[in-house]
Design a protein around this ligand. Structure first.
Ligand SMILES: [Zn+2]
Length: 314
């Protein structure tokens, strides 16, 4: 039995759209090409700092990533990330800086992915998520995991190289599973994490462990966190989630037991919701809608059958 067959029913998931950007990875080690690309007049540059970029609102009500030509960009030689080329031949770079530039535009403001991911175009959101993921990885991998000496940035931000032992280190992506579990009455299992505020319920999620398939991780996490046994598991979609370096792999899963026993460590409370239960809980304010950009919201919508009320970015 297949639970979900209609792929066209999968709602649009933030940060996963067609970006229109060719990452052009074959140029990353070509210093002459990179130097020419950097100084080209059509090249566009933005600064990333602490997971934030500058965004600005346009007169027609959109929100844009603030980008400049390279000659207007703040100076940096060592933390320059080449992100790719669009269909018009425009090259994009991100600069990692300790702080965002003080002035770009009077109305420009700093924004993290949770806010900007829902506002920017697919192309700009893709550029931002690439830059934020690289920045997070760079920040956490300054020392060689083989010999402990310092590493230096290489390949336009996509490698860190150890000058002592020569090891090359590549950006990490940690797979995590996120799943909407339904029971035989087609109710959805939603949980509240220990650190979440009252009323915030969402899908269960957890990291894939070494030597484990993603399907096994779904079954194990649901059992550990909520005490519910899962049978069939079906992959739906993925979403980059660089907080700091995850790839969220979204699943629908069918429970073969209904009794809930939360672990109390990660999940404080879990409940089965019918669609009517959830609608009533949203309307009364008992349950808060999940973040607009999260794949959790899209998985819940896929089951719920229509868009959820607008959630608060988190
Ligand atoms: Zn080393």
């Amino acid at each position: 039995m297949t639970i979900w067959t209609d792929r066209t029913a999968v709602p649009n998931i933030s940060l996963t759209g067609v970006s229109g950007i060719d990452r052009a990875a074959h140029h990353r080690l070509d210093e002459a090409w990179l130097a020419a690309a950097w100084s080209h007049p059509t090249t566009r540059v933005f600064v990333v700092s602490g997971g934030q970029v500058l965004v600005d609102d346009t007169p027609d009500g959109r929100t844009e990533l603030v980008m400049t030509p390279s000659f207007e960009a703040p100076p940096t030689e060592t933390h320059r990330y080449f992100l790719g080329i669009d269909a018009d031949g425009v090259r994009y770079f991100a600069l990692q800086k300790d702080a965002l530039p003080g002035r770009m535009d009077q109305s420009a403001r700093p924004a993290g992915l949770r806010e900007a991911g829902a506002l920017l175009s697919e192309r700009e959101a893709a550029l931002m998520v690439h830059a934020v993921a690289l920045e997070n990885w760079q920040r956490l991998h300054r020392f060689c995991s083989r010999c402990g000496e310092r590493t230096v940035i290489a390949a336009a931000g996509h490698i860190r190289r150890c000058q002592a032992c020569g090891a090359e280190h590549y950006p990490r992506t940690d797979p995590a599973v996120i799943m909407l579990v339904t029971d035989e009455e087609d109710r959805a299992l939603l949980g509240r994490q220990v650190h979440w505020p009252e009323g915030r319920f969402s899908t269960l999620a957890g990291f894939v462990e070494p030597g484990e398939s993603i399907e096994q991780a779904v079954v194990r996490e649901v059992r550990e966190e909520a005490g519910v046994r899962v049978g069939e598991v079906e992959y739906v979609a993925s979403q980059p989630w660089p907080f700091p370096s995850s790839l969220m792999l979204g699943f629908m899963a069918r429970a073969v037991s209904a009794e809930i026993e939360v672990d109390g460590e990660e999940i404080h409370e879990a409940r089965w919701f019918s669609r009517d239960d959830l609608r009533a809980a949203f309307e009364s304010g008992e349950v808060l809608p999940p973040s607009g950009i999260s794949i959790a919201a899209r998985l819940i919508e896929l089951w719920y059958g229509k868009p959820l009320p607008a959630g608060v970015p988190r």
